[in-house]
Design a binder for this molecule. Structure first.
Ligand SMILES: [Zn+2]
Length: 128
């Protein structure tokens, strides 16, 4: 049972293909293919995990695993950035529609001597 570099690369390609497929509209055939791919991928990931646990992976493969993990971290950072952007946009929309009722926020810390928070939308007076 040995997982070579080519298989690892194939796994990465599978992952990329899955992501690409998700972006496109799915017909039933591709849905079945996706499910099969996912099962394959899970199986490969399990083999990978086992090899990692048993410390049976060669240095080159370990290096590529490290690269993969960094790529994954970057993808997740981007995901977080997108979610934060969405939150900002939602807050801006709330800011426009709320009939703000300001009250002093005693828990606020920062450079400002006083901070005021809206009773209903919970946004600060100087938010936007
Ligand atoms: Zn408000």
């Amino acid at each position: 049972m040995e997982l070579n570099k080519m298989e690892l690369n194939k796994m990465e390609l599978n992952k990329m293909e899955l992501n690409k497929m998700e972006l496109n509209e799915m017909d039933p055939k591709s849905l079945i293919e996706k499910e099969l791919n996912e099962k394959e991928l899970i199986k490969k990931e399990l083999i990978e995990k086992e090899l990692i646990e048993k410390e049976l992976i060669e240095m080159d493969q370990l290096k590529s695993l490290i690269e993969n993990r960094y790529t994954e971290i970057n993808l997740k950072y981007n995901e977080i950035k997108c979610l934060k952007n969405e939150i900002e946009n939602f807050k801006k929309q709330i800011w426009k529609v709320c009939k703000h009722e300001w009250e002093r926020d005693y828990s606020a810390m920062g450079d400002d001597p006083f901070k005021y928070m809206c009773k209903s939308c919970k946004l600060y007076k100087n938010s936007f």
